[in-house]
Design a binder for this molecule. Structure first.
Ligand code: DGT
Ligand code: MG
Ligand code: MG
Ligand code: MG
Ligand code: MG
Length: 307
């Protein structure tokens, strides 16, 4: 290729390369979803259609980017975990984040009609029908957009704590919102009254309010609302893809594994083989406890990155 006198401008480009051998979490979050959820009349506090759509978009992201070993979502956010051994896009932060955000957003838009089928949803009566709004579709003036960031976690424990933090957040917010909306919708309180009423209450108080006033046992609320959603690859236990010996050296305290402590990085062929195996696996959405060890013990391939 001929060099032009303009070529030098390339030197202005700078890449942020993410530290090797660290877990990469790309978290995306809906921009202005407070407004967005009102516009499309999301059910309060949880809209099953909206959460299903987030989960479908996330499953698409995990399916099309095999380097992602796990997704965890709640409300308008999703965290995607790249295995620490990944070398995708030479670990360029901007490329990783922008690819995840745009893949997620594209899927969210494309799959919207599979979750939202009614027309005239929400507080969008002011819009002239046919003005940039397809029947039951998205309003050009109110499109879903997401921001994204990459955060690095140097140890398995740090990554686990990050995910636990998100799941605890899900629980705390959902318990609050469930109680708040029960007080408003069934209890006849105004928003301000409900807010005042809940000031200074702890979890046990909210459980008690739900039970004694509204006969609601919080533990019977949908798992998706209480625990959020986990997206990962599921392999049949007898699958040859899961070789139990591969995970034997994964000690709880040690950080061993692919490209870890002096181990040879995977060759191009091995990498390609692993990618193919992952692509063939089934990507599932579950609503499970990811704070306790059980989830991780049962699915060692998430931590080991093999396959
Ligand atoms: P941001 O992220 O700073 O651009 O602003 P927001 O408005 O997206 O704020 P954020 O992300 O802290 O909070 C998420 C908003 O999305 C919150 O106002 C509630 C809303 N939302 C998320 N899921 C649901 C749902 O299932 N039902 C309803 N009614 N609202 C939801
Ligand atoms: Mg925010
Ligand atoms: Mg948001
Ligand atoms: Mg949010
Ligand atoms: Mg290009």
């Amino acid at each position: 290729m001929a060099n032009s006198k303009y070529e030098y401008v390339r030197n202005f480009e700078r890449d942020e390369i993410l530290l090797p051998n660290t877990w990469i979490v790309v978290r995306i979050d809906g921009r202005g979803f407070h407004k967005f959820s009102n516009h499309y009349a999301f059910t309060k506090p949880n809209d099953i259609r909206a959460l299903d759509l987030m989960n479908k978009a996330a499953a698409h992201v995990v399916t099309t980017i095999p380097e992602i070993v796990l997704g965890y979502g709640v409300s308008d956010e999703y965290s995607f975990v790249f295995h620490r051994s990944t070398n995708l896009f030479e670990r360029r932060a901007a490329k990783l984040v922008s690819t995840v955000v745009s893949t997620f957003t594209a899927a969210y838009v494309a799959l919207w009609p599979t979750c939202f089928t009614t027309t005239g949803d929400g507080e969008n009566e002011g819009n002239v029908e046919g003005e940039g709004k397809a029947k039951g579709g998205l309003d050009i003036n109110m499109l879903p957009t997401f921001d994204g960031r990459a955060v690095l976690y140097p140890s398995w424990e740090n990554l686990r704590d990050y995910l636990s933090w998100r799941q605890v957040d899900c629980h705390i917010n959902n318990l609050y919102n469930t109680t708040f909306w029960a007080l408003v919708n069934q209890g006849g309180m105004s928003h301000t009254e409900a807010e005042e009423f809940l000031k200074g209450t702890v979890s046990a108080d909210k459980n008690e309010i739900l039970w004694s006033r509204f006969g609601v046992n919080y533990n019977n609320e949908a798992e998706m609302f209480r625990k959020g959603s986990v997206v990962f690859r599921e392999y049949a236990l007898e699958s040859p893809a899961v070789d139990p010996t591969v995970h034997k050296d994964e000690k709880d305290d040690g950080e061993t594994g692919a490209s870890g402590t002096g181990e040879q990085p995977l060759s191009k062929t091995q990498m390609e083989k692993m990618r193919k195996t992952r692509q063939k696996a089934k990507v599932v959405v579950r609503h499970l406890d990811i704070i306790r060890d059980e989830f991780w013990v049962q699915r060692p391939w998430i931590r080991s990155g093999k396959p």
